[in-house]
Ligand binder design. Structure first.
Ligand code: AMP
Ligand code: ZN
Length: 283
């Protein structure tokens, strides 16, 4: 047990060092969902001596969001970490369930895709306002392999350009770089670590999670990992070698004409989705 804990912590430390994810004077905002991955990132960055604060977006998805919020708050209080809370209602005027149901159908997007765009936009804006140098997320090796494979199968390899331990595609003062310290940690390893450490977290998925495609890819990849140990790690390491030659899609960096955030198009993805809600209002 002790060996595993030391080994796991060493893996995360190696990723941080190998990819120079943070420097000692960086202020790091950890994007906390209240789940095992982001709690592990928060705990370890603090343990390694970095300047960390947490940021949780309250998605207002009933008891599930409330439990995550309570867990994150309790954990941060215990660890002496400042936690910032942003409610989607303050920013978007409704709960995430309401927002996603309105937008998803019209844009033909899964609820997870809508949620992802909204969370990324909010995380970047809030962490910049809070003076963060980096935003850390809890994405793990399983998340990464699934995303790489999904983009590949959708004939969209250019979207993979951003799938690195540090998102380095966009360089702009308005964009806070995102780092993924658990990039090389398997989901089952993070879970084991979190359980051994007795972190106060839920291990259930979001009750609104949708997307059959990702689920099927996950199952297939996990079958392959069982047959071929290190399959997932080898896959992301090979991708990383070729990604340096892949340029992301779209034109030069510009700013959204509505919200003034970084965007490659006139309207950023977030404002494009929000335009559905605006139209609803005037119906
Ligand atoms: P997900 O998009 O749910 O797969 O989560 C990926 C990462 O995004 C998590 O590991 C967190 O770092 C971050 N994240 C997810 N949900 C939230 C939330 N409600 N508030 C802040 N960060 C979040
Ligand atoms: Zn915008």
């Amino acid at each position: 047990m002790k060996d595993f804990i030391l080994w796991f912590e060493d893996q995360v430390k190696k990723t941080i060092e190998e990819y120079a994810l943070v420097s000692r004077d960086d202020k790091i905002l950890v994007a906390c969902s209240g789940g095992k991955d982001s709690m592990t990132v928060l705990y370890l960055l603090k343990k390694f001596g970095y300047r960390v604060e947490g940021l949780i977006i309250d998605l207002l998805i009933g008891e599930w969001s409330q439990a995550n919020l309570d867990n994150a708050q309790r954990f941060c209080d215990e660890q002496g970490i400042k936690l910032h809370v942003v409610s989607v209602r303050d920013v978007l005027g409704g709960s995430m369930c309401y927002i996603r149901s309105k937008i998803g159908a019209e844009k033909k997007l899964t609820t997870c895709a809508v949620c992802g765009v909204i969370k990324r936009w909010l995380l970047n804006k809030k962490s910049r306002e809070l003076g963060a140098d980096k935003v850390a997320t809890g994405h793990n090796l399983d998340d990464q392999v699934e995303t790489l494979m999904m983009n590949l199968l959708k004939n969209n390899i250019k979207l993979n350009a951003g799938q690195q331990p540090v998102t380095g595609v966009v360089k702009d003062d308005k964009f806070v770089p995102r780092i993924k310290p658990l990039f090389f940690c398997l989901n089952k390893e993070v879970r084991k670590y979190s359980e051994l450490k007795k972190f106060p977290v839920l291990y259930d998925n979001c009750p609104c999670a949708s997307g059959v495609f990702r689920k099927e890819i996950r199952e297939e990849l996990t079958n392959l990992e069982e047959k071929f140990p290190d399959f997932k790690e080898n896959m992301v390491r090979n991708f990383l070698k070729i990604l340096s030659g892949v340029k992301n899609e779209g034109g030069a960096i510009a700013y959204c004409e509505k919200c003034d955030e970084v965007s490659r198009k006139k309207l950023c993805k977030f404002c494009d989705l929000m335009s559905v809600l605006e139209r609803e209002k005037f119906k």
